[in-house]
Design a binder for this molecule. Sequence first.
Ligand code: F0G
Length: 458
Amino acid sequence: MPTYPPEPFRIKVTEPIRLISPDKREAALKEAGYNIFAVKAEDIFIDLLTDSGTGAMSHDQWAALMRGDESYAGARSYIRLKAAVEDIFGFKYFVPAHQGRAAENILSAVLVRPGQYIPSNMHFDTTDANIRARGGRPTNLVIDEAFDPANPHPFKGNMDIAKLKAFIEKIGAEKIPFGMMTITNNAGGGQPVSMENLKEVADTYHSYDIPFFIDAARYAENAYFIKLREKGYENKSTLEIARETFSLADGMCMSAKKDAIVNIGGLLCMNDETVFQNVKNELILREGFPTYGGLAGRDLDAMAVGLYEGLDEAYLAYRLNQTAYLAARINQAGIPTIQPAGGHAVYLDVLATLPHIPQGEFPGQALTVELYREGAIRGCEIGSVMFAHPDPETGRMIYPQLELLRLAIPRRTYTQSHLDYVAETLARIKERAAEIRGYKFTYAPELLRHFTARFEPL
Ligand code: F0G
């Protein structure tokens, strides 16, 4: 079991949660069509659906809200956020946006043309969709180790440099308006990217004159993984590591709802002046004036404070250990998870846990339902409900390589005893795993079906 540094904060405000009875949970599941997205938040005891916008703000952030300047243009809040963004990320230009996908939308509108390709280690699904919405083709070139759940590679989010070079040679650099990297790699298990790999990626893109953008949603967790795992960085601060990371890139987009520990917000940064002019015009059309970008002044102030709190090393040590601790306890109960544990979430290997349920009967969904039934805990299926699709030519179903249940941990929100409760609930489920049955759709939309599908037990 990893050592567990106690929470580096104490609790000043509380929000009650309640555990409803097994009968009420059964009724809630039935009413929701066995889709956990449709269960009311008040009927959830521990909510691990996402770490996005669900963290607890600090007293400094709540105090910063009161300093919010709601002027339409050039607000003091914007000036304070600008100082923090320049200090940490070092890009020449930036705009706020209301969340990560808004920044991705603006970036794609300005730079992506139909038929162009955007390589990355792995795009998150909103980035993928925003590129596609502009006619572009997102391409994932992560190292092969990322697809082997048991492989303990320390930087499983790394780009496969040989694949990247071969891809650029094949497609032609003129068809690649920019290249990306997602840190940490959420779609691949919250896995970090090493500085060495980031340097190689930057060199490769730049040798072909391709601008390099980072999806920086979990940049602070990535920086701390580099400090822990990469030679030469053990004595550098996370702030220094973050500065070095972004000095390699030409821009970034970021959901501030993760490592900036705010409930809403995003950023889009760049060094190119023409891109900045076009971004501002697009932003004014869709989000708001460039000094607020769809947010209230107070949101900008909370973000300015949160950007530094997310980099605090006592907090990051606690944060990454919390995830590793939950993973180790779940493994102890006989349920394998993606190794090593990611930064923000634990990913359960469902095919190894419920081997008797074929992918066509949605084993990930079955485990998600069971977690709610047994303990009123909400996780997120990342498997066949989300990704299985018919082959356009043969019509045969293509199932994803991995069938996962993600337990994402909101920042500074749950204590060790909450995580113990989650692990104990899973241990009870594991004991009766052989009795668990699969599900079938009673309704499924064509796209993004996990959000609104309805199911029936088999
Ligand atoms: N990039 C990454 C790596 C993300 O994980 C997310 C969101 C986004 C971009 C989009 O940001 O939600 O602010 O628009 N991830 C959330 C999750 C939704 O649950 O993993 P957003």
